[in-house]
Design a protein. Sequence first.
Length: 422
Amino acid sequence: MSNKLKIGLIGLGTVGQGVVKVLDKYDDIEIICCAVNNLKKKRDVAIKNLTQDAMEIASNPEVDVVVEVAGGVKMLDVLMEAIKNKKHIVTANKELLARHGAALFDLARKNQVSILYEAAVAGGIPIIMPIKTTLSANEFTNVAGILNGTTNYILTKMEEENLSYLDCLEKAQKLGYAETDPTGDVEGYDAMYKIAILSNIVFGKRIDINRIYREGITKIDAIDIQIADELGYKIKLIASAKKINHENRDDVLDIRVHPTLVPKNKPIADIKNATNAVMLTGFPVDKVMFVGPGAGEFPTASSVVGDILTIKSEIHSSKNILPMTICHHDKYAYQVDIEKTINCYYLRIDADNEPGVIGKIGSACGEFGINLSYIIQRNKNSQDRATVIVITEECYEQDMNKMITKLEKDNKIKVVNKIRVM
Ligand SMILES: NC(=O)c1ccc[n+]([C@@H]2O[C@H](COP(=O)([O-])OP(=O)(O)OC[C@H]3O[C@@H](n4cnc5c(N)ncnc54)[C@H](OP(=O)(O)O)[C@@H]3O)[C@@H](O)[C@H]2O)c1
């Protein structure tokens, strides 16, 4: 192996082009080949040896490190092939890692190569490597964050400009913050992949993404944001994972992604627009928070190139690159079902404007042992309907759902929105 690190790049879109631009100043790192979908597409950067066949990159004997910034689970076979061919991997592909990380990391361990993926969670924020290195003395109990810039941008605009969800989505699409098909972001899939990856390294267990509770922001209305604001909260899409005691076990993980009412005095309530934040709680460090750009050409390239440089600094000095980056987990976490978790809730209830509504809500809650910490009826609207806002004390999700079913048996009452409160 020469002293020049030879890169095989897969993907030359937003992140790939950023990587090429940032690597330009390094004489000792060379991109020797690159795979794309469309060979004829115009690009900001010139690259030699373009191919449409990503497998060519994975099997090229000259390549030391495969940098995969194409995205999607379709890259699984390609990266498996690269690992079998003893290539180190740098990837930004959260979906692939969240869905198939176990197979990839097992194969990488067998072949003594590293997979680095700083860009896969929170783009430009350094979070994976700090957890694995400088914070490794900690036993963590909680990780939570705003891990999706698109949804945070939409919620910020809804709050600041008092606009509807759809108006803000359109704004985000015009500015390039949201894709034409925004499902991955607005339905919480992107944040779910990221919290799965974070939970894996924070708690040292493999995570089944099918058991992560996921709810997006599409049901949030401008009125919810306005009422939350009046009550001292912001609404954020929070991805979180915490260790809980459940059924005589103390190692159960509660992992979820959903809109959350966050008290305004919590630092995460101040995270605006496309910015991301990750909070960790553990011993001995207590609480730490990382804030920064969660996406974009250069912030993401910062993390990808940082991983490439890490490999570059080790590759000639050691057979095993950064042993702490090799994944040694082989057990799956015990993940709790959302129905079995305890939360406080905000309810927005639509009802006929007639006497006794508040009484009916109070007695339904009482029947399921749910204490109320706040209840108010707002002014009736033009259709002579009443809006009742409730905030509950802690109760089981399953009791809350049973209570809602019971309440809605009265066809004059509808729980329009249920949002968990931090
Ligand atoms: N964008 C961000 O800010 C950001 C932040 C963090 C992580 N990521 C992750 O980084 C990855 C790339 O994101 P991106 O925004 O750069 O995507 P993008 O702009 O859509 O670029 C994807 C690139 O991959 C190429 N490609 C797609 N399928 C391919 C295949 N089968 N073989 C070879 N090349 C293929 C495309 O080729 P053509 O150009 O020819 O179509 C394109 O150059 C994704 O995993 C994403 O989740 C992105």
